[in-house]
Each structure stands twice: as structure tokens, then as C-alpha cells.
Design a protein around this ligand. Sequence first.
Ligand SMILES: Nc1ncnc2c1ncn2[C@@H]1O[C@H](COP(=O)(O)OP(=O)(O)O)[C@@H](O)[C@H]1O
Ligand SMILES: [Mg+2]
Length: 301
Amino acid sequence: MEYQGDRDQARTLRALSREFGTASARRSGDLKTARVMSVTSGKGGVGKTVCVANLALVLARQGYRVLVIDADLGLANIDLYFGLNPKFNLNHFFAGEKELKEILVQAPEGIMILPAGSGVQKYTRLDSSQKINLMEGLDLLHDRFDLVLIDTEAGISENVTYFNVAAQDILVVTTPEPTAISDAYALMKLLSTRFHEKRFKLIVNSVSSENEALDVYHKLTLVSSRFIDISIDFLGAIPLDKRFTDSVRRQKTLVELYPKTKSCQAFANLVENLDLKSEKQAPKGSQQFFWKRLLSLGETG
Ligand SMILES: Nc1ncnc2c1ncn2[C@@H]1O[C@H](COP(=O)(O)OP(=O)(O)O)[C@@H](O)[C@H]1O
Ligand SMILES: [Mg+2]
């Protein structure tokens, strides 16, 4: 019963967002809105934040105006990866004390970050008014950015599904570890069966070779082709590399610290595979920032 409800909600959200988004874009005479990508995983610690930080850097260097949202509301840390010490964070926003633009912080290369605060239990599960406020806040910012990267928490909590459904591209990160692979599968299965997400982009992190990554990709496509109706694109592989640990410790991205390495090149390849310039990419609705008013539908408890 609950499943049916989710499905209906997702369908209604999308239909209405298309309508509202088109009307709104027509009014402004500008159909271009920010492209929203979530970076997500079933298992924790697989390299989501590392990917977000380094992808953001490569994208910013290519001239994109990038916003990073730290949506790991229980265990925030993207700011640490950039060596930032933000005074305010999303908890201040959810508490009604600050507007989003007041908590935006600047990272290298003009990247802007919406930092999350760690450890405030009441914000680790957003209620529907918080979701609406967030979407409304983001709506005000949408023309300041070309790309929005959302660093989600791991797992299949409601926050995770919420941010993934809000994104146009869902980038799933896994490592070759069996538990990470099966958790990635579980996440895609849930997003597919309950929220009708059918398309995923896979990043395989911490591999010793490209073949190891392709192996993971083949495993996932094999299982999913048998049991669920989804398509997975292979976005790329990131090598297992001690420099990542070093870069996290030094609070600077690997792309900045080690620009001539294979690991750095791996992020450039990922960006290439995102195919950002291609018009034929038909995101599942290019005005996702406009569906805020519909989010009250999205609450399940
Ligand atoms: N390719 C890699 N090679 C070696 N260590 C890595 C790699 N990717 C991530 N790590 C390490 O794994 C840890 C977890 O990464 P992180 O991006 O924070 O994971 P998540 O955001 O998924 O929880 C970090 O300390 C990082 O240094
Ligand atoms: Mg993280």
C-alpha cells in the first residue's frame, strides 16, 4: 500500500514539475536551469565525498558555476575536504535563523558550498516543511549555478531517496567490495521500484585496474537485468590511491595537489563521460528546482 503511494507521488511530482517548470521557464524566457546531480551510495565510506569534491574542482576549472550541497545531514564533512570552517550551516537554515545565501561558503575555484552541520539529530530526517523550505531556498539560487552536486548520505533512508529523486542524474558510487556492490544494487532497486528511477551512472572507486571496475559494472548490470528494469551507464573508475588519504588529511582535493596523476585524470574522464554539453541528454525534468510546492506530497511520516 505504501509502495503504491510512493509510486503515485513520484508520478504526480514529475508530471506537475514538468508543467510548472515549463510555464515558469517560458515566463522568464530562459529554458536553461541548473543541472542537478546527486552522488550517492548504498554503503558508507566508499568515496562519495572524495568524488564530489574532486568532480566539483574539475567542473569549476572548466568554467561551470558549481554549487555543492552537503546533504549528509548526520555526518557532514564536505567543508573539511575543502579546508573550510563555515560559521553557519544548513541547521541554521532549517532552524529559520539564516537564509541559504547567508550560509553559502566559497571553496577554491569559485565553487560554492552549502555546508551541513554535524550531529543535530532533529535535522537528520527532514520533514516536509523543511523539504519545502529547502527547495524554495534553492529555487532562489538556481540561476546562479550551472551545476549542482548533492553529496548524499549512504543507505536508503528517506533523505537519501528524497535528494536522489530531486536530482536529474544519479551518480552511484561503489567500490569492488562485495558488500558495497550489493548495497549499491539495493539502493538502485529501491529507487527503481518505489520511485521509478530507471537510469543510473556508476562510479567504481578504489580499483586496482580499469578491468576490475568493468567487472563490478558487469556484475551490477547482470543482476539488475534479471530482476529490475533499470539502465546503468558506466561513468568511470577511480584508482585506489594513498594520495586520497593524504589529500583528505591536508584538506585539499587530490586534483589540486596531484594534477599529473592517473587519479586526477580519472576525474577528468568522469566529467567527459557526463556529456554535459550534449543537448540530446534528456534529463527527467529539467526544472527540478521548481517542484518545491509539490513536496508536501512527498512526506510519508
Ligand atoms: N580511491 C581511493 N583510494 C584510497 N582511499 C580512498 C579512495 N577514495 C576514498 N578514499 C578514502 O576513503 C575514506 C572515505 O571516503 P569518503 O569520500 O569520505 O567516503 P563517503 O563520502 O562515501 O563516506 C576517505 O578517508 C578517503 O581518504
Ligand atoms: Mg561523505
